[in-house]
Design a protein. Sequence first.
Length: 196
Amino acid sequence: MGHRLTAIATRTGDAGTTGLGDGSRRSKADARIHALGEVDELNSHIGLLLTEAMPEPLREVLLQVQHDLFDLGGELAVPGMSLLQEAQVQRLDAALKQYNAVLPPLKEFILPGGTRAASLAHVCRTVARRAERAVVALLPDAAPGQGEGMALAFPLQYLNRLSDLFFVLARTLNRAGSEASTEVYWKHERKAKPKA
């Protein structure tokens, strides 16, 4: 791996294509390359979130997610390879259960925001949803003439759980170090229904 990363500017992508792990080349506009980019962007947003102060156990969860997303990137970069496993999905389920259990139930929608850390977690949540949509586009029935017949069960489950986890972590971060929440609730007008 070290030798592969010594030449960062290879110039092989100057014509608008990029190489996959199996040696094939794809257009940089290809759906698989798009999905890879979305997962990479999500991982970068998590890196930014990790620069914020937070409880150490939560930091460990996010670091593990970064490693898992590298596995997902590897899976996307090598057609036919499976790296994400059920255990990684179950780990997200356990974190969801743990952090959600101590949060008060929501009676209204909340706006993305609050503390800077929570706001960054909301950005991660929305980018995770975008990455999920990009991976769904690789399924055979995603659109006429598209799809690659990938076995994406665990990647799709993982990304779906991950966006849910970021919602819960945003709420958790809005309470970190204080009993008072900095959540902002959606204020909407409840209009009377028109009479028939």
